[in-house]
Design a protein around this ligand. Structure first.
Ligand code: ADP
Ligand code: MG
Length: 386
C-alpha cells in the first residue's frame, strides 16, 4: 500500500482512509465462454489489482474518485433508489449498491478512492476486480458479512442487471477467491473450486493486443443467446449437459451457427478437465495441444477472435514450438493472449512480438510476465505517521 495513495485520499476527503479492499484482475488459462453454460473454467488471479480505499461517512452518501480517471467523481445517496449516473465508471459502484440493496441489505455512506493497475478493456477483467473490491467494501463498511462467493454472485448480477453485460460467473469468482501461486478450476454450476498449483518453472506471459474493441457487449450477449437456443433445441438445461453424441444427433434441429457454438462449449469443457491434469503434472506438451485447440475453436466455432489476436497466437506458438502454449484469453474481440512457457523463453516471446506484430497489424502490444496473486482482501489501515 503506497503512502502517496493514502495522502491522495486525505487531500480529497480531508480525513484519512481507514480501510482497504483489494481484488485482482484475472487471466483465464482455459475454459472460455463456458461459464454461462454452467461449464468449467481454469483461470488464475493476477498480481494486478484494484484497490479501494475508504472511510465511513456519517450520512448516506457514497462519494467516489478514481486515480485512473483524474478530475472525475461520482456521488449518490444509498438510502434512496439507485439509478444510473452520468459517470460511466461510477455506474459500476452504483451497480454494486443497487444489487446489494435489492438483496435486502441496508447500506451506509462511504468516501472512496479507487486505484488500479489492471489494464482496462483488455480481457483481464478490470470490471470484475472493481465490482468485487467494491463488494468487499460495502460488506465491511455496512457490516453485512458477505462471503467471497456471495460478493462474486452480486458482482455478476451488477454486470448483468445494471451494466447490461450478460457475463457468466468466472471473472467475479476468481477475483473473489483466487489464491497466490495457483490456478482455480471452477465448476460454474455448483461453484465448487479446486486449486491447482502453477509449477514454479512455468511462466505466465500475457500479451495485450491493444486492438480497439468494438461491439463487445452486443456480440457477447448474442453468443449467450446462441448457446441457450442450442441447449433448448437439444433438450438439455444448459450446454454443460450436452455431449458430442447428442450434438451429432441434434444437427438437423440446430442452425449452422448454433451447432458451431455448441461444439465449442462441449469440446472446451473437456479441454478444461484435461488441462487441469496437464497443469498439475507440468505437462507443457499437452497444455500446448489443448490451448491451441481452444484457440482454434474460439476462432472457427465461437468466432470471437480477431486477426490481431490470431496473429499474436501464431507468433508466440511459432517461437515456443513444443515448449510452450498460447491462446487468446478473456471474452475476445481483441484483448489479450496468454502464453505458458519456461522462463528462458520469455525474452524470445518479447523479441518475436516486437519484430513481427507491428509490421503485421500496425499495433504495439504490451507484454506482462505475471504471477498468480491473491483474491479479495479487506484490511484495516494504520494511520500515516503525523
Ligand atoms: P475489462 O473488464 O475487460 O477490463 P470492461 O469494459 O468490462 O473491460 O470494464 C472496463 C470498465 O471498468 C472501465 O471502462 C471502467 O468503467 C471500469 N473500471 C475498471 N477499472 C477502473 C478503475 N480503476 N477506476 C474506475 N473505473 C474502472
Ligand atoms: Mg469486464
Amino acid at each position: 500500500m503506497t503512502s502517496s495513495l493514502m495522502t491522495e485520499f486525505e487531500s480529497i476527503y480531508h480525513s484519512p482512509a481507514t480501510t482497504l479492499s483489494s481484488a485482482p484482475g484475472r487471466v483465464n488459462i482455459i475454459g472460455e465462454h463456458t461459464d454461462y453454460s454452467d461449464g468449467f473454467v481454469l483461470p488464475c488471479s493476477l498480481e494486478f489489482c484494484t484497490k479501494v480505499l475508504y472511510r465511513k461517512r456519517a450520512d448516506n452518501l457514497v462519494v467516489v474518485h478514481s486515480t485512473n480517471y483524474p478530475g472525475e467523481s461520482d456521488s449518490f445517496d444509498v438510502s434512496g433508489d439507485i439509478t444510473h449516473g452520468s459517470s460511466q465508471w461510477g455506474n459500476y459502484i452504483r451497480a454494486m449498491a443497487f444489487v446489494i440493496k435489492r438483496a435486502g441489505h441496508t447500506l451506509g455512506g462511504v468516501d472512496v478512492l479507487i486505484d488500479s493497475d489492471v489494464p482496462q478493456g483488455s480481457g483481464l477483467s478490470s470490471s470484475a476486480a472493481l465490482e468485487v473490491a467494491i463488494g468487499g467494501m460495502f460488506s465491511e463498511s455496512s457490516s453485512l458479512n458477505l462471503s467471497a462467493e456471495k460478493i462474486a454472485l452480486l458482482g455478476q448480477e451488477a454486470e448483468n442487471d445494471f451494466m447490461d453485460c450478460q457475463c457468466g460467473i468466472m471473472d467475479q469468482m476468481i477475483s473473489a477467491k483466487g489464491e497466490p501461486g495457483s490456478a482455480l478450476m471452477i465448476d460454474c454450476r455448483d461453484l465448487s473450486t479446486k486449486s491447482i498449483k502453477i509449477p514454479e518453472d512455468l511462466s505466465i506471459v500475457i500479451v495485450n493486443s491493444n486492438y480497439p474493441r468494438k461491439l463487445v457487449d452486443s456480440e457477447y450477449n448474442q453468443r449467450r443467446i446462441d448457446c441457450e437456443q442450442a441447449a433448448k433445441k437439444m433438450n438439455v438445461a444448459m450446454l454443460r449437459d450436452a455431449n458430442l453424441e447428442l450434438l451429432a444427433q441434434s444437427r438437423e434441429q440446430l442452425t449452422a451457427v448454433e451447432y458451431k457454438r455448441a461444439h465449442h462449449v462441449i469440446t472446451e469443457n473437456q479441454r478444461v478437465m484435461d488441462a487441469m491434469s496437464a497443469l498439475a503434472s507440468n505437462d507443457i506438451k499437452t497444455l500446448r495441444q489443448l490451448m491451441s485447440a481452444s484457440h482454434n475453436s474460439l476462432r472457427d466455432d465461437f468466432e470471437v477472435t480477431v486477426a490481431a489476436t490470431d496473429g499474436l497466437v501464431e507468433i508466440c506458438q511459432q517461437v515456443l514450438g513444443d515448449n510452450g502454449a498460447a491462446r487468446m484469453t478473456g471474452g475476445g474481440f481483441g484483448g489479450a493472449i496468454v502464453c505458458l512457457c519456461r522462463a528462458e523463453d520469455v525474452s524470445r516471446i518479447k523479441q518475436a512480438v516486437s519484430e513481427q506484430y507491428f509490421d503485421r497489424f500496425q499495433l504495439t502490444a504490451d507484454i506482462y510476465v505475471c504471477n498468480a496473486g491473491s483474491g479479495l482482501k479487506v484490511e484495516q489501515l494504520e494511520p500515516l505517521p503525523a
